[in-house]
Design a binder for this molecule. Sequence first.
Ligand SMILES: [Zn+2]
Length: 205
Amino acid sequence: MNILSDSHTHCAESLNGIIALEPREARFMPGKVYSIGIHPWKSLEATEEDLMALDELAVHPQVLAIGETGLDRLRGGDLNLQTALFKHHILLSESINKPLIIHNVRCVPELISLRKKLKATQPWIFHGYRGNAETAKQLCNAGIMLSFGERFTPGVPQSVPADMILIETDMSRIAIEEIAKRISPDDPDLPGRNLRRVFPVMKIK
Ligand SMILES: [Zn+2]
């Protein structure tokens, strides 16, 4: 039995994290939990079949969240295409009541306005947040939680409301417990508690 604490990982062996999968590679192993989504970098190659597979896999009980999905100004091609794909994920998340795990590069205003425009109410988790305190504040005010990993801007985790902080390993090899100490030194379990509040499966079984 393992306690959920890592909001986003690509490590297929993780026992305490939400493992991000794409529909084409989806395989669920016992005792693990997942998010499923089509990365914005893949927006050019995503087919109708991929979207159908996404919708079907999303309802699986081991799938806790939708993603990673989002917008990337530097990579992944035409932003209109990325936006259409992202909207599909948002509507899916809303329709089956599963939170969204978001990849965002230089598209914060677009992200905030999409949340408002689509009246999304599911928790949104901005994964791998590395921006400044001012933008962090805007995101938190819009109801978007921030997940911090190995690389982050020093001081920013302390600047945001305690209940909006999450942590993740993503691609890094550093243990989640070590990241917890860096992000929330006074209370390293805080981000894990926040995560378990969003996903009330205290134990992965
Ligand atoms: Zn990732």
